[in-house]
Design a protein around this ligand. Sequence first.
Ligand code: NAD
Length: 493
Amino acid sequence: MAKEQRVVFIIFGGSGDLAHRKLYPALFKLYLKGYLHHHFAVIGTARRPWSHEYFRQTVMESIGEDIGDQEKISSFAQHFYYQSHDVNDAAHYLALKKLAAKLSQQYQSHGNQIFYMAIAPRFFGVVAQHLHAENLLTTTGYNRIIIEKPFGRDVQSATTLNAGIAAAFSEKQIYRVDHYLGKEVVQSLPLLRFTNPLLEAVWNHHYISNIQITLAETLGVGERAGYYETAGALRDMIQNHALQILGLLAMEKPAEFSSQAIHQQKEQLFAQLPQYSPSQIEQNFVRGQYDTDKKGDQLAYRQADNVANDSSIETFVAGKILINNSRWQGVPFYVRSGKRLRQKSTRIDIVFKNNHSKIFTPSQLQTSTVQPVILSICVEPVQGLSLTLNGTNPGRGLKPFAHKLKFQQSLEEMNNSQEAYEKLLIDIIQGDQTNFTTWNEQKLTWGFIDRIREYWDHTRPQFPNYLSSTFGPQQSAALLAQDHHKWVWGSED
Ligand code: NAD
């Protein structure tokens, strides 16, 4: 059993989708594992006037029966309390403070408090300011604030938001969620890099040709169109998830595996992101927007509810990022994310150079070419690793043959693996900030994204430019072709 933690959670947006679909099931898993036991309480706040009993009912319904038996679910739900709350009303914070203090006594949680912002981003700042002004932070225990994405929409709005939060909470108390950092395979990247000498030794421009990061979704924009029209794939996926993965892949080796050392290396790396000029943006970044599919069955992005019929918002981005340091000189990091693509896939492909095979003449190799060695790291929907190595087939002499070594987690192992929110909540209650983003990381990644966004805002794209259920626009393949490379995933299209 895990060590029991004492804490009162205060969830702003306690009646919302994130809370019900992700947070309550994840908290219940922590309860089953013993991280939460007797000494915890959860206050859900939202505008609706719900009773504690009704709230508990909604919490119980959000937990699938496959996770635990009814008795456990019901004893878990007894720890939940509801407080009707308007984020702008100071009096409501005083009522919340009273309830939190009472529950802290009742559950002997030692004044430890976690404030979870499961509300619209426009409320993050005002809630943080009221928590400060109405004195909700305890002096006896810890106080942590959890901020969901998006953290601003450009460097300016992110700075304003951060200043609002920083007025009440120190950086050590702020947990900025990027749920891709909660995924097991993403969390394991430092371990993969730094415990395998055969990888660590070749993790540089001498041996690596290019690195590809793909975040592909099959779903369209669905009900998030209102938000998406103000964001687009560049802000929604690249600024945070894709660049965070890039950071873990490209950072220098930290002195130790600690939150501080990892963030220090990532920040240093993000400070080296290129400052692209307009012509470099034109050359290195492409965007797309989905149309219907080949048969005309699916709605194009522009036909979705709450989307302008001449919208220039991109649902696809592919870009080439060059990190100009001694390790990565000349190695393109290609990042790609899109909606309505043919398959769902989050993966990293590391393509090695094969110029070390030049000692063989074509006739020695029986005119076959040596394929590049590729390490593929699959994050979802399947988790696993594959590595191609050049060898030969028996009886065929020196003719090269690419052998694929593959490890794929079984369905059972995948079912046992912890969901991103469960892992992140464990980190939060244990005070580990490794898998959250720092303000400096946010500032530097927004700085990189803003230049592209500003340039795109002043140039009108020819949209739509890719059919649903394909691998994206033709410009995406062309981006790599100009470097004589191709996407490992989906290059047949
Ligand atoms: P939602 O619309 O389902 O829920 C919003 C909540 O905020 C509701 O409980 C509502 O009652 C409350 N609320 C609205 N106005 C309020 C006010 N004036 N005062 C007090 N409470 C108020 O939204 P969601 O999908 O749960 O998203 C919440 C946050 O999580 C957003 O920042 C979103 O970007 C982020 N997020 C959500 C998901 C997801 O899967 N839903 C994933 C990643 C990030």
